[in-house]
Design a protein around this ligand. Structure first.
Ligand code: CP
Length: 325
């Protein structure tokens, strides 16, 4: 697709550096990941200046699934960085009437400089759209991975602790796209411990586990996963959960609520780690994955994390067009 597309549109030589895509955390080198987390923290701290690297560019914001944070963060972030935006909701593109994903990507790449997309399909769809070098493609959540959420999480941890190396994190809940991206991102940092407690049948995929464990062997990070809440680690720095019903997915087991019930984040968890902060990618359902006392309590940084969706999105948008490399 790339040769045909480039010659068709005669892409102008506007950028000193080629555009970059972000479909998976694995698209980033260690150094790029660390820089993106740090750049997000700079935006959060108000020390990033007022860059406008997207001035004169047009960003498409396509969400085939519902979103409050990610869609707003990338729309607001693109505008703040100087871009104009074109937005598409779930019912807007001719994908709905049968136009192929290949034709859709080919057409959009001839008109847009950047596409932030939460699709209804597999990650391969985004990979197909990214097989050209004019329009940057950013994964705003696919079934497999939520990479921009992980970057938000890194920015939040960095802003709170001043470091990520050596942090000890407990993740409680489904090994979904948020957990996958978090595992792939945190295990890049030396000395990090990421302990997952996931319901049976709802753990990390074997592929994500294998990729994260390969990184652990390289960095000295630790990744563990169990399907019960026994022998929880103590003295943690952070406890993270996610809602039980991931956007755009359904549960294969009729008894899934019984399976998930033991994995609620309760105030009792804090007895083991009284200094731990609480993170949640939101939206939250109080009384399901977390009790209100924790989410709204003094050690919750979940809404700082939500604000950091914007700061992190701006770091990602800069990166796609030459910044933070
Ligand atoms: N955390 C997250 O992705 O939120 P939205 O679904 O609201 O974008």
């Amino acid at each position: 697709m790339s040769d045909t597309l480039t010659s068709e549109v005669g892409a102008p030589d506007r950028f000193a550096a080629p555009v970059r895509h972000l479909v998976s955390i694995d698209d980033l080198s260690d150094d790029e990941l660390f820089r993106l987390a740090a750049r997000g923290a700079q935006f959060a701290a108000g020390t990033a200046g007022r860059p406008r690297p997207l001035a004169g560019l047009v960003a498409g914001i396509y969400f085939a699934k519902t979103s409050t944070r990610t869609r707003t963060a990338f729309s607001s972030g693109a505008l703040r960085l100087g871009a104009s935006i074109v937005t598409y909701g779930p019912g807007d593109l001719q994908l709905n009437t049968g136009e192929s994903t290949e034709d859709t990507g080919r057409v959009l790449a001839g008109m847009l400089d950047l596409l932030v997309a939460r699709t209804a399909g597999p990650e391969a769809e985004l990979r197909g759209w990214a097989a050209q070098d004019r329009m940057s493609v950013v994964n705003a959540m696919s079934a497999e991975e939520h990479p921009t959420q992980a970057l938000t999480d890194l920015t939040t941890l960095l802003g709170h602790f001043g470091r990520i190396e050596g942090l000890r994190v407990l993740y409680v809940g489904e090994g979904n796209n948020t957990a996958a991206a978090l595992a792939l991102a945190l295990t890049r940092y030396p000395g990090v411990e990421l302990h997952l407690r996931t319901p049976a049948g709802y753990g990390l995929t074997a592929d994500v586990s294998a990729r994260a464990l390969i990184q652990c062997a390289r960095t000295g990070a630790v990744l563990t996963e169990r399907h019960d809440m026994a022998e929880l680690p103590e003295g943690l720095d952070a406890i993270y959960t996610t809602r039980w019903q991931t956007t755009g997915t359904s549960k294969p087991h009729a008894d899934w609520r019984e399976r998930f019930a033991p994995f609620q984040v309760t105030a009792g968890l804090w007895e083991r780690s009284p200094m731990a902060v609480f993170l949640h990618d939101l939206p939250a359902h109080r009384g399901e994955e977390v009790v209100a006392e924790v989410l709204d309590g003094p050690r919750s940084i979940a809404f700082t994390q939500a604000r950091n969706k914007l700061n992190s999105a701006m770091a990602v948008l800069e990166f796609t067009h030459g910044g933070t490399r």
